[in-house]
Design a protein around this ligand. Structure first.
Ligand code: ATP
Ligand code: MG
Length: 668
């Protein structure tokens, strides 16, 4: 059966914010933005010096020379510096500054546990006390400015506290997502050789208990055996809600219970003033494309950039209650759970659990419980929630919501619309924020209220961000175009190196297109100057000379009302060079039939064109994803081409079991 085209997806549909929203927005017109943007690129030193002066600096940089940079490999070493010579401390700016301004009683962190009914909160003053006690502990065990501290913790209040405590004393934190295996944790510990590891006995994630300390012990043993490295101390938070002390493996002397020592330290601790270019943290990328990269961020530029992007992309106002579902183990949790919001004195909700536990309505129950005004999540979560239908959403009021956000992957227009119409009741602008671990903060993002949104487009560059779309020869393209997304100049939040491997930094990001920072992503710029991310360029499929981004075909597939999620990859094709092989997950309860396959193929044919029609559809009960929720297409390519003995590194997969399921489903 050749089905009708089911949905006509009008990508050019515009969604403007209401007049009420605009009236109270920080910025409310594209003209206002354009003037500020022009200033930010004509005079970056002036623009960013002015922005940076809203923070506390012990001593200032030379204002006329806020930055120096070389992004051109032909001109020597790649180097970027912002506010060099300026002395500050990001913990002081994120916490002490607000307490000193008399806002110590405002709530800094709200905590919602995995199981409903468990919650806590900390005011800014309480947060400061906790941070200082931990800083004092770290100092007491010999941690000094510049030393690395590894953190392997779930979403407890102690996780942002740990990050801030390191920053306070100038130590460099390296947070490893607490869903990683012992092997992955060991690799990361061996890379940065910390003296101290901060961790937790265990955690409940949804219905599952994860015995973190067992994983830690395994990882620490591997570190000794494989790299001859041992940590002096392993400070372990006793998470009584998950596991008992006596069930936690223990090594005397090395292991210390957090609650037994940290509260005994004083609640004040002097701040270590650091240079703006001193390292703040290192963090590994998600590993969607292969071996994770140890991204190094420094202090001053990162501070100014995350705070400013947070404020504008979410139209942040005093009193907002902000919830980002990302884990602090990812860059989103660094920049937009911890630093960006706290630098703005926001009230931040930390959620220990998962969006669909105990049921698909949990997120909206939490939104109502805390009157969340800004909600920021990932397309993978939106698609999963959408799969369970509208009822779990509509059961809750959600009337406090004002702004929604998305990050991690291109958001398919159909998911965008559901998020906008069902979750946000067509009232809340969506900030579809395109950025990377490497960029530190948002690069291309709507500023809610400033210009109309188009579902699926990250819209326009943030202040100071100068995108260039280049062709395969590295020539910058004008106007409407499609190509490789690069940046022409630095911005304060750009990473300064890959930890211990500056050569890899240069070859990965600056050598492919001379004179530019290369993001690795493809994009299209439309007639209004809006940017549309088309996926990673390594994933681009070339069908009879047409270069097709994965995002476009996947969005067409999920526009089908019965499809929940899709991932496409290229396979060898005798005639076309490459053919399109699509993996599709259907909505809950829908039967996988041959008719549905044809209907899906027709949908792509009429939305994009016959050239993009998938050659094969492979039913997918689930898709392989990184632990941060991104689809890992390199594994799908192997399954599609039946190279099953050569799947490559699958250690960063969230659920390796999905692979076997997919292989089994091949014949259906
Ligand atoms: P690795 O670099 O190790 O392969 P990763 O790229 O997944 O991992 P991150 O830095 O967490 O690691 O993710 C950044 C990437 O996520 C971007 O390069 C882009 O491909 C994708 N991305 C993030 N936000 C968006 C968005 N709003 N729209 C489209 N793509 C996005
Ligand atoms: Mg990447």
């Amino acid at each position: 059966m050749e089905a009708e085209c089911v949905v006509a997806d009008d990508a050019e549909e515009l969604f403007d914010a209401s007049e009420t929203f605009k009236k109270s927005a920080l910025l409310s017109s594209r003209e206002q933005y354009a003037a500020l943007y022009k200033n930010s690129v004509d005079d970056p030193d002036g623009f960013w010096s002015h922005t940076a002066s809203q923070f506390f600096w012990k001593s200032k940089w030379e204002e006329s020379k806020a930055h120096t940079e070389n992004l051109d490999v032909r001109k020597g070493e790649i180097r970027v510096e912002w506010f060099k010579g300026g002395c500050t401390n990001i913990c002081y700016n994120a916490v002490d500054r607000h307490v000193e301004a008399g806002r110590g009683d405002d709530v800094a962190l709200l905590w919602e546990g995995n199981d409903p009914g468990f919650d806590m909160k900390l005011t800014y003053k309480e947060l400061l006390d906790r941070v200082c006690q931990l800083s004092n502990y770290l100092l007491a065990v010999g941690i000094k400015k510049g030393d690395t501290v590894a953190i392997y913790m779930p979403m407890l209040l102690e996780l942002p506290i740990a990050m801030l405590a390191c920053a306070r004393i100038g130590a460099v934190h390296s947070v490893v997502f607490a869903g990683f295996s012992a092997e992955s944790l060991a690799q990361r510990i061996l890379d940065c050789k910390p003296k101290v590891l901060l961790t937790t006995s265990g955690v409940k994630r949804g219905p599952k208990l994860i015995k973190l300390k067992e994983i830690v012990d395994d990882a620490l043993n591997r570190c000794v055996q494989e790299g001859g490295h041992s940590v002096d101390y392993c400070l372990t938070y006793d998470n009584k809600l998950a596991i008992k002390r006596e069930d936690t493996p223990w090594k005397e002397k090395r292991d210390v219970w957090w609650q037994d020592v940290v509260p005994n330290y004083p609640t004040d601790c002097p701040v270590e003033w650091v240079d703006a270019e001193d390292p703040l943290f290192l963090l590994y990328t998600s590993g969607s494309t292969g071996k994770p990269k140890g991204v190094l961020h420094t202090t001053g530029g990162y501070m100014v950039y995350t705070a400013t992007t947070f404020k504008h992309a979410f139209d942040y106002h005093d009193g907002d209650v902000y919830w980002c579902t990302a884990d602090c183990g990812w860059i989103t949790g660094h920049s937009y759970v911890t630093y960006g919001p706290l630098l703005n004195k926001a009230t931040v909700l930390i959620f220990e659990g998962v969006p669909n536990y105990p049921d698909a309505g949990r997120c909206w129950e939490i939104v109502d419980k805390y009157h969340v005004t800004i909600f920021y999540t990932a397309p993978t979560a939106i698609r999963a929630l959408m799969r369970s239908g509208d009822e779990p959403v509509k059961r809750h009021s959600r009337k406090s919501l004002r702004v929604l956000g998305s990050v991690g992957e291109p958001i398919n227009p159909s998911a965008w619309r559901w998020y906008f119409e069902v979750v946000g009741d067509s009232r809340c602008p969506i900030a579809d924020t395109w950025w990377q671990t490497e960029t530190g903060g948002f690069m291309i993002t709507p500023l809610p209220g400033c210009w109309p949104l188009k579902p699926g487009s990250a819209t326009l560059p943030f202040f100071g961000v100068q995108p260039a779309v280049v062709d395969e020869n590295g020539k910058e393209l004008d106007g409407e175009c499609t190509g490789f997304l690069c940046m022409k100049a630095s911005w304060p939040g750009i990473f300064r190196s890959l930890y211990g491997d500056h050569a890899r930094y240069e070859t990965t990001y600056f050598a492919p297109f001379k004179g530019f920072y290369f993001s690795g992503d493809g994009c299209r710029r439309d007639k209004d100057g809006y940017y549309w991310l088309t996926g990673r360029v390594d994933d681009v499929i070339n069908v009879s000379g047409h270069r097709i981004g994965t995002a476009e075909v996947e969005s067409a597939l999920v526009a089908h009302p019965l499809a929940a999620e899709a991932a496409v990859v290229g396979i060898d094709h005798e005639v076309k060079g490459q053919g399109i092989y699509a993996f599709v997950t259907l909505n809950e309860g829908v039967e996988y039939t041959a008719d549905l396959k044809s209907s899906l193929i027709s949908t792509v044919r009429c939305q994009i064109g016959a050239f993009a029609a998938p050659d094969a559809i492979h039913w997918a009960p689930g898709l392989p994803k990184t632990r941060s929720g991104k689809i890992m297409r390199r594994i799908l390519r192997k399954i599609a081409s039946k190279q099953l003995d050569d799947l490559g590194d699958i250690s960063t997969l969230a659920d390796p079991g999905v692979v076997a399921q997919l292989i089994e489903f091949t014949e259906k």
